[in-house]
Design a protein around this ligand. Structure first.
Ligand SMILES: [Zn+2]
Length: 130
């Protein structure tokens, strides 16, 4: 589905309040609140903003942080990374490459083979287990 050129009010109509706060305003959900923290079936995590495939259960692991965590995206082109300077130092933001929605952050304390921890808001993801 195309989300090109949607303005803020169109996004607000399309998304729930919480999805809007996270995807469009780079918010963060409360730790431990996502129903996607523990997933028992295999599937694909799509962007809640545009439906693009972002992550799969193959790369998902339990980081113990309270946010859904992945050691790699489904496709390296699905997300892009941007420097996110803040009070606690500069972090690396992860953004959906298709709709520019904020997903979460990536850290370098993840498991092999990448050593990356993609710390993603569950609100920004829709799980498709077809
Ligand atoms: Zn998206």
């Amino acid at each position: 589905m195309s989300t090109d050129g949607l303005n803020d009010s169109e996004w607000a109509e399309r998304l729930s309040d919480e999805e809007y706060r996270i995807l469009r305003e780079a918010g963060t959900e409360r730790a431990g609140t996502s129903e996607l923290l523990h997933v028992s079936s295999e599937g694909v995590f799509q962007c809640a903003g545009c439906g693009q495939e972002l992550y799969t259960t193959d790369e998902k692991y339990d980081s113990g942080t309270g946010w859904p965590s992945f050691w790699a995206p489904a496709d390296s082109d699905a997300v892009r990374r941007e420097s996110d300077p803040g009070l606690l130092g500069t972090r690396t933001e992860v953004i959906c490459n298709q709709c520019d929605g904020h997903l979460g952050h990536v850290f370098s304390d993840g498991p092999e083979p990448t050593g990356e921890r993609h710390c993603i808001n569950g609100v920004a993801l829709d799980l498709d287990t077809e």
